[in-house]
Design a protein around this ligand. Structure first.
Ligand code: PGA
Ligand code: MG
Length: 231
């Protein structure tokens, strides 16, 4: 079923447009080694991505997706600061666009859609990644995990984007790889498209019932047909 009357496409970043896990895992492991701890395989760290930098570090210090509630605050503060420093130095070293992302984004833009990014990643890292991967200038709005008082799965970033683009919730679609994206869309009463190749804690994204689910980014073109010019 075609998603009619859409004007604005809101994209998640990590796991949707960019495979950023190699650089995130490198910075997490540099942090752990700096603290005298054991590193984890990239495949493990990948499943901890999705709720922003602080949660990534809490999971890394806990060695598990479920955070140890007893972690000392000073350790957490120090580890987060060390991680942010390491990540700033390698933010786009090994990160790559997923297949068909750039061509599809350009095709959607050419069809008249306006594009934004809503990520849980700290905002300051987004522009260097987009620049490094040849996507600068494509997105009109970037909201990071620290841009507002709430982040996905809370609907606030989605509402904020609607307001910024001066469109209604019905005119937007949220596109992402994680349940946080789909749950935020549902909470905002917005349509959503899921992508199965990213990071979703090794869980099945279909459970959250996005309007459409694709294993290839190019799938978007089959349900978004471009903006109709007024007659
Ligand atoms: O950095 C994260 O934790 C997740 O970022 P995302 O919202 O772009 O997937
Ligand atoms: Mg994501």
């Amino acid at each position: 079923m075609i998603l009619e009357d859409k004007q604005v496409l809101l994209f998640d970043l990590d796991g949707t447009l960019v495979d950023s896990a190699p650089d995130l895992a490198a910075a997490v492991n540099q942090t752990l080694i700096h603290l005298g701890r054991e590193p984890f395989p990239e495949a493990t760290v990948r499943n901890w991505v999705g709720n922003g930098a602080l949660m990534l570090i809490l999971r890394a210090l806990s060695g598990d997706k479920d955070v140890d509630p007893e972690l000392p605050q000073t350790l957490v503060d120090n580890a987060l600061a060390v991680f942010l420093d390491f990540y700033a130095k390698c933010v786009c070293d090994k990160s790559k666009l997923y297949g068909n992302v750039k061509d599809t984004l350009l095709a959607l833009k050419a069809q008249g859609y306006r594009l934004g990014i809503i990520t849980n990643k700290p905002e300051k890292f987004v522009a260097p990644i987009l620049d490094g991967l040849g996507l600068s200038g494509i997105f009109e709005l970037i909201l990071g995990g620290d841009s507002l008082a709430e982040r996905k799965p809370h609907p606030l970033p989605l509402y904020t984007a609607c307001k910024w683009f001066e469109v209604s919730v019905d005119q937007c679609v949220m596109i992402g790889d994680s349940k946080n994206d789909i749950l935020a869309a549902k909470a905002a009463n917005m349509d959503s498209i899921g992508l199965t190749y990213g990071y979703n804690y090794d869980e099945d994204l279909a459970v959250h019932q996005p309007n459409h689910l694709f294993s290839d980014f190019r799938g978007l073109l089959s349900v978004l047909k471009g903006i109709q010019e007024p007659a």
